[in-house]
Write a protein that binds this ligand. Structure first.
Ligand SMILES: [Zn+2]
Length: 249
């Protein structure tokens, strides 16, 4: 399987160690996700150095510092051949208190760029489902992925109807996540992805530690249990889904 969303440049261990552990665990590849322009160069360097690491380009809604991202700089990075997606971008009313105009406008810019370059979006959304979905209606046909999904089934269903995939993180393995597990049971198999969002959200049995891409296998194992399917079968489906969405080899 692939880790569809990690921050390889932000891990507690160095990237080479994390990559070796991931390959050892059977992880076929990963998407190293950009969160701001200041660290985009680190993301690109990793994607250039390793055949199994691809990149995305974007500014996370919690990294905007009340300013719109430099769209020319985003576009320039996004045209790099190792870039397979635009994001992460989105709306966050949980950490930021409310959705600001800057967040909304930034999401719009990312959507336009994704359409212009025909790349899928990586969407971060927390506590702002209606506002996020309203903007995502303007996403292109490639749509993208709702990453680290934590919202309810109505939100998942609306995103699926817009063509989005739903990606589950280690939260699916947490004790108090029964509602999310119900959502994970209902998502069609051909729209499922898994991710670590490392260094955050380490899955059981690593909970509380600094997360790394190797542990996406534990996320997939938890998801297989929730859906009552064999891990190997789910892994094959997840790999196919990731390759299809991001047009990976
Ligand atoms: Zn992330």
């Amino acid at each position: 399987m692939w880790d569809s969303h990690c921050h390889l440049n932000l891990l507690a261990v160095d990237a080479a160690t994390a990559l070796a552990a991931a390959r050892q665990a059977g992880v076929l590849g990963m998407i190293c996700v950009g969160v701001d322009l200041a660290t985009q160069g680190e993301v690109m360097a990793l994607a250039e150095a390793h055949a199994d690491v691809y990149a995305s380009v974007g500014v996370h809604p919690c990294h905007l510092a009340d300013q719109l991202p430099d769209i020319a700089a985003l576009r320039a990075w996004a045209q790099h051949p190792r870039v397979v997606a635009i994001g992460e971008t989105g709306l966050d009313a949980y950490h930021e208190g409310a959705v600001s105009d800057v967040q909304s406008e930034s999401l719009r810019l990312h959507i336009d760029l994704a359409r212009e370059l025909d790349k899928p979006l990586i969407i971060h959304t927390r506590a702002a489902p209606a506002a996020t979905l309203a903007l995502l209606r303007h996403a292109g046909e490639r749509a993208g992925v709702m990453h680290c999904f934590t919202e309810d089934w109505e939100t998942a269903k609306a995103a699926l109807d817009l063509g989005f995939y739903i990606s589950f993180s280690g939260i699916i393995s947490f004790k108090n996540a029964d509602d999310l597990r119900r959502v994970a049971r209902a998502v069609p198999a051909d729209r499922l992805l898994v991710e670590t969002d490392s260094p955050w959200l380490a899955p059981v049995p690593h909970r509380g530690k600094s997360n790394e891409p190797a542990w996406v296998v534990d996320v997939a194992r938890a998801l297989a249990q929730v859906r009552g399917v064999a891990l190997e079968d789910l892994a094959a489906t997840l790999t196919a889904n990731t390759r299809r969405l991001f047009q990976l080899p």
